[in-house]
Design a protein around this ligand. Sequence first.
Ligand code: MRU
Length: 346
Amino acid sequence: MRTVFWEDNSVKMIDQRRLPNALEILTCQTHAQVAHAITDMAIRGAPAIGVAAAFGLALAARESSARTPDDLLADLRAASTLLLSSRPTAVNLAWAVNKVLRFTFSESETLSTQALRERILSEAQRLADEDVDINQRMARHGADLIADGDTVIHHCNTGALAAVDWGTALGVIRMAHEQGKRVHVLVDETRPRLQGARLTAWELEQYGISYEIISDNMAGHFLKTRQVQKVFFGADRVAANGDVANKIGTYMLSLAAHDNDVPAYAVVPTSTIDLSLATGDLIPIEERDADEVLGLEFHGERVAPVNAKARNPAFDVTPNRLISAIVTDNGIVRPPYHLNLSIILH
Ligand code: MRU
């Protein structure tokens, strides 16, 4: 099943807030509902939110009562502003929205408003189908990095749930498994929202891949004691110099990997590479509600004191010097990233 899809004039998505306890489908009938689903993380993961936003624009086109292509474009631009504000860090969101807007603009001279509505939906559908192809290509490139018998640490959730299907770093692990390699995954639980413990563990069970959940602060121990051969994660945005913004905790994990000469690989579709930003310092970092940190319960009781305050940056930036290679759908990129990323994109 795909994570996000179009059916019965609606955008449907696996509600990731309910996993692993229930597999439920959330139906969105307006672009505002899609924007809310992204903000509230019913759907999450950089490629998945990009495709959801593209489908959101297809909904916006149907919601619009515009009678001319210009009026339709104005309504789409307003819908884009809402969709783009739903989460700031993953560049895939802006990439997908801008693709649909540019496509609509280029067709608006020749098509009727009704034909445009149909073409916007087929463009969103094309992006969804393309995402699956891209992820499979990435998975094949990345699987070459995994040797039979490897134990790897994986951070956050980067699997089918984070994309339309297959995913990024977890797609690589799944491909290596399907190629017959024995892989064991140490799954970072990924505080505060526990995407690893909830979503990655659930996916690995579906694929029959061997795994154990570790709390994030255990990674250094397993790396230092030589129990791990590689580290894999995805990214929400890669700057032109190869700095990688990804789920909070990626930086500490990469530092520990580097200190122990264990390679750390970022796996990203080319749509995640943002050459307009020279370094990772320019990437906007989303700060989410403190309740995601403070709401944790242990044995049925809240952990933090009632009046506690908390900080909650959802992402961090790992400097390029800690990234051994960046796996993309166009191949594996190695340093110097400021040269090789632009080569792979052209
Ligand atoms: O806050 P999330 O769960 O959307 O963060 C997701 C990640 O950080 C993933 O690692 C990233 O999107 C890349 S993998 C598709």
